[in-house]
Ligand binder design. Sequence first.
Ligand SMILES: O=C(O)C(=O)C[C@H](O)[C@H](O)COP(=O)(O)O
Length: 213
Amino acid sequence: MTMTPLEISRFTETLCRKAPVIPVLVIEDAAHAAPLAEALIAGGLPVLEVTLRTPAALDAIAAMSGVPGGIVGAGTVLTPDDVRAAQDAGAQFAVSPGATDRLLDACEAAGLPILPGAATASEAMRLLERGYGVQKFFPASAIGGAPALKALGGPLPQVRFCPTGGIDTANAADYLALDNVLCVGGSWVAPRELVQKGEWAAITGLARQAAAL
Ligand SMILES: O=C(O)C(=O)C[C@H](O)[C@H](O)COP(=O)(O)O
């Protein structure tokens, strides 16, 4: 079923309001997917983004989709093929570092809500013109961090963001304090080493801290 940009924006706004942090997950072994999802959900982070950057990503999305209480999406969605593959695997939403018309067309046609990325006023305006009032701000810290996002909020207060890229416990609160920030995305809640070692309780601890931000 197709979705309009407005319907997509409503969906992504609800998604971004579920918890202050969306974990960005790079999964190398699909066997880690279900326990990792359980650990993050137990810590209070139900919205999970699995980046399509590893061969295991689609299997990981499929495995995580079976975990109760979670909402699993695909990150690094770049092409219409990615949109199809993510949806087939069970992804309920897509996240992209930027946005192209081809990608947005594919998501709308497939009815896969997308959180499209913007890094400048012109990119944010272009998305807004098409009906996307909820956007990812990427790569957040490298392009000026919370002060840059606050400045964008002056002329563009109607755009709400999920900043991602270089965010961790030390700076997440600076972003979350802004009126135009709904939530932040970050990989810090699922460090590679803890995932490799299967230290799920430690990951639940990090999730709990993030959920309390
Ligand atoms: O490719 C995408 O769609 C992404 O979502 C990229 C991520 O935003 C960053 O890779 C997360 O950045 P860190 O939290 O600094 O590790």
